[in-house]
Design a protein around this ligand. Structure first.
Ligand SMILES: NC(=O)c1ccc[n+]([C@@H]2O[C@H](COP(=O)([O-])OP(=O)(O)OC[C@H]3O[C@@H](n4cnc5c(N)ncnc54)[C@H](OP(=O)(O)O)[C@@H]3O)[C@@H](O)[C@H]2O)c1
Length: 310
């Protein structure tokens, strides 16, 4: 049973829903990219009624082959659904998809906005929800491709604790962390956590580039930091990506650029200096300019001049 948690409280998997139960609402999921497709598979596995939509329909076809209903439009996806989820690139993409969903929306539907959109877009989307009588839950996620596929994301939630979302959050996440009662609180938490992840990744890339540039064997760097107080799973994952030159995306350079901009936007409003986010944004911009935008953000390693190997 979910604890109706207050600010900063955590809930584990609620266990409210059992596979095969018909006691829950149909879920419409807009966006089957890296995160949305993994989340869709876990919603399907949990036995939830699911309908997805993706702008580029072909990318949703693998899900169709696995038994997921793929709608032709956002309006068709949300029509009759009790729960609407958005897992799209940014606030503009979410606003466009939800505007296109309007003919299928009805007052009282619960909308969990799970993309990372930042504080300004979040306010606009909350306004759209009010206008259409939707129950709006700010619910960005922490975790990347592998946790999305494994159903072990951390859902950062704020806004109403609507029980229709319990089986959904249980299916996609290992836990739900309640950030507060007001939409926006979870987005602010998300900006802090993703800022930490992105700057850490840039630090790994820069340290490896520095080691190599100084003629240091990068394996020696790896041996020096592994197992000691500087070690952490993120270092290991991103260092492996760089050393093996495997930049298959879990979280792209483009997405990380978007998030550093959202961090700067929020920090500017709050009067906070975010030097590391800004420096990381510069590294990411250079990596993207060198053609690494669609690769994993570990490619922030490639931030040197265009003719540099790193
Ligand atoms: N990947 C991660 O590690 C991670 C972790 C936590 C949070 N997030 C957040 O989750 C969200 C999705 O990330 P992702 O990694 O899954 O991204 P992704 O793989 O690039 O997928 C982006 C999705 O947004 C759609 N889209 C983009 N612009 C659109 C538009 N104008 N109208 C309609 N659809 C549009 C794409 O459709 P097409 O297929 O047609 O391009 C695709 O479905 C982002 O906000 C991201 O910051 C990602």
């Amino acid at each position: 049973m979910t604890r109706r948690a207050g600010r900063g409280a955590e809930t584990g998997r609620t266990g409210r829903f059992r596979k095969g139960s018909d006691a829950v609402e149909t879920v419409a999921l807009l966006g089957t990219g890296i995160m949305g497709s993994g989340m869709a598979r876990n919603l399907l596995r949990a036995g939830l009624g699911l309908r997805v939509w993706n702008r580029t329909r072909e990318k949703a076809e693998p899900l169709a082959a696995e038994g997921v209903a793929v709608a032709d439009s956002p309006a068709e996806a949300v029509s009759g659904a009790g729960v609407v989820l958005t897992v799209l690139t940014d606030g503009a993409a979410v606003a466009q998809a939800m505007a296109a969903a309007v003919p299928g929306l009805r007052a009282g539907q619960v909308w969990a906005q799970m993309s990372t959109v930042g504080v300004v877009a979040l306010e606009e989307l909350a306004g759209f929800a009010r206008e259409h009588g939707l129950v709006f839950v700010d619910a960005p996620v922490q975790g990347t491709r592998q946790p999305a596929e494994a159903g072990t994301l951390v859902v950062l939630a704020s806004g109403p604790a609507d029980p229709r979302l319990d089986p959904v959050f249980d299916a996609v996440g290992a836990k739900t962390l309640r950030a507060g009662e007001e939409a926006g609180a979870a987005t602010r938490l998300k900006l802090a956590t993703v800022g930490y992840a992105i700057t850490l990744t840039a630090a790994v890339g820069e340290a490896l580039a520095l080691a190599e540039g100084l003629g240091v064997d990068p394996d020696l760097f790896a041996r020096a930091v592994t197992g000691g107080p500087m070690d952490n799973p993120y270092l290991q994952a991103k260092m492996k990506a760089v050393l093996e030159r495997d930049f298959a995306p879990s979280f792209t350079v483009h997405s990380a650029q978007k998030d550093t901009a959202l961090i700067a936007e929020a920090a500017g409003r709050a009067g906070v200096a975010v030097d590391l986010a800004r420096a990381t944004a510069a590294r990411l911009d250079r990596a993207a300019a060198r053609g690494h935008g669609a690769q994993d953000m570990a490619a922030a390693y490639f931030a040197g001049p265009p003719d540099s190997p790193r």
